[in-house]
Ligand binder design. Structure first.
Ligand code: 5RP
Length: 220
């Protein structure tokens, strides 16, 4: 079993019958969602709130009932991957372009569980270019303002066209090399008009499931 499958399936142990579950996006969350599908086929009643259209399609394929925010009072547990995590469980997310919905759902969840293979651990965040979602209007100006914070922003492309998020926006991948203060940077970026959200998830993760020396480990 590969590391993504190990951590993705382990997280499902936190899901109980009747729960509303935030469903993450990416190749690690894939294993969580397929395992949840197995539970549903065995009679579990869970409801999912997806963090992307891609995840919504996978969840439906797996027989997981999807619900909207207006239909639930709370999200019990959200499970999602990460592009980087540090020792304080701060994260960079958004490699799959779903960071806005991921942050809304992680923030709304009573418990946010992060699943990440061993390659995602970092002493300092920032080696992975930070995804920042921006509106298309004024994108060149927004890009310049973001660059003033000390990074090299690159417009994410699909082929030779801009990548468009599920929310109709662009993603800038911002190479900071390292981010000294993730909280400060998260706030600075979100102050720039045109920035919708950025992929720094600071003090949000309640639990990290990862691999050390080939073994599953959990950190809180
Ligand atoms: C998507 C994300 C993903 O959780 C992150 O990119 C990790 O992906 P993977 O599990 O495929 O390595 O933030 O926006």
């Amino acid at each position: 079993m590969n590391e993504k499958q190990m951590v993705g399936e382990k997280a499902v142990e936190y899901i109980k019958d009747g729960m509303v579950v935030g469903l993450g996006t990416g190749s690690t969350a894939y294993y969580t969602i397929t395992k949840l599908g197995e539970l549903v086929r065995n009679g579990f009643n869970i409801k999912g709130i997806p963090t992307s259209e891609q995840t919504a399609a996978l969840a439906v394929e797996q027989g997981i009932t999807l619900v909207d925010f207006k239909d639930v009072n709370q999200i019990d547990v959200a499970i999602d991957g990460a592009d980087e995590f540090d020792a304080d469980l701060n994260l960079i997310k958004g490699g799959g372009g779903a960071l806005l919905r991921e942050k809304i759902i992680a923030n709304a969840a009573s418990i946010f569980i992060v699943i990440a293979d061993s390659s995602k651990g970092a002493k300092k965040l920032g080696a992975f270019p930070l995804p920042v979602e921006i509106v298309t209007f004024g994108a060149d100006m927004t890009t310049k303002k973001i660059a003033e914070l000390g990074c090299e922003p690159k417009l994410r492309l699909t082929g030779n066209q801009p990548f468009i998020t599920d929310n109709g926006n662009y993603i800038l991948d911002c190479d900071f090399k390292h981010i000294e203060s993730p909280k400060e940077m998260e706030l600075q970026l979100n102050k720039i008009p045109g920035v919708v959200e950025n992929g720094l998830f600071v003090n949000m993760a309640d639990r990290l499931i990862t691999i050390e020396n080939g073994e599953l480990v959990e950190k809180t």
